[in-house]
Design a protein around this ligand. Sequence first.
Ligand code: SF4
Length: 355
Amino acid sequence: MKATVFSAKVVEWYQEHHRLLPWRQTRDPYKIWLSEIILQQTRVAQGLPYYRAFVRQYPNVRSLAAASEQEVLRMWQGLGYYSRARNLHACARMIAKKYQGNFPQTFVELKQLRGVGDYTAAAIASFAFGERVAVLDGNVFRVLSRVFGVSDDIASPAGKRKFMALANDLLPVKDSSTYNQAIMEFGALFCTPRSPSCDQCPLSAGCVAFRRGMQADLPVKRKSVKTKRRYFHYVVARRGKSVLMNRRTGQDIWKGLWDFPLVESETRLSKGELERTIKKVVGEGTSATVSPEYKHVLSHQVIAARFLEISIPKESDWPRGGLFASAIPCGPGKVQRLPKSVLVARYLRENGAGE
Ligand code: SF4
């Protein structure tokens, strides 16, 4: 299919079918950047309330830069991939300081920003500043691989280069920004991963995947990362409505969020092993109530968590040292305000402590 025919059909489809999303009604690079970071690995329906809350709370990049990282992480709670929130905040501070609160305006400069990769830089450059540069997200990979029958691995550097060259060849000279929006939306709503609307598709006559019945085989993406299983044993020391909590500091998931003192094992502990662990951690004579297992699935990890509840009779009995060295007692108000993983927030909600 000729590039001009392809882009014209996609734009025509877009004019009639696109969703009215707030970040499409603006050329403000701050709002476009914010939406793009939120929508990485997040569906529009889930990301939209977060986008609105962020714009309300931090209407511009300077106000976001002035917030603390903890406040930003708390607002992000529930969206997952928390490095995005930390990068968002660091990037806002960088723009406020190095660029006096003004976003750089070119793809090349935008790529220098923290947490901004090829795709996000292209999206901001195209949608906010009208630069003629192709955006290439999962939706675009899917549409291009199917229409043009490209079976290179989209996760490989060589595959990415090939798709990027094709995407740039297809970019119209005029209003490439609308075309970029259009092809992403076409992939998101029409040429979807599992049930593409081929019967009504304006591109079907020239679509290789449709002609060959290969929609389910394209795009090709080889899996490289194995899912890791982890077993968490959280010690929840509770006195009245207060609980001991820790800020996570290591290079691991949920860095900067708050949870409970944690013992991790590589396998699921038997009843006897669990009892020995409790004794070792909280001492002889302290009994713990063990919760059922909570399963929490992340992109490359599955966490099986148990919460070991211990009751603290008086103020001077809060456990100290060892596993509890950096934990602090938090009342319900504080627990509510702290940024937490969805797993911990769920446990607290179901077990009455500040959520
Ligand atoms: S014909 Fe089907 S597979 Fe091809 S572009 Fe249209 S919706 Fe996608």
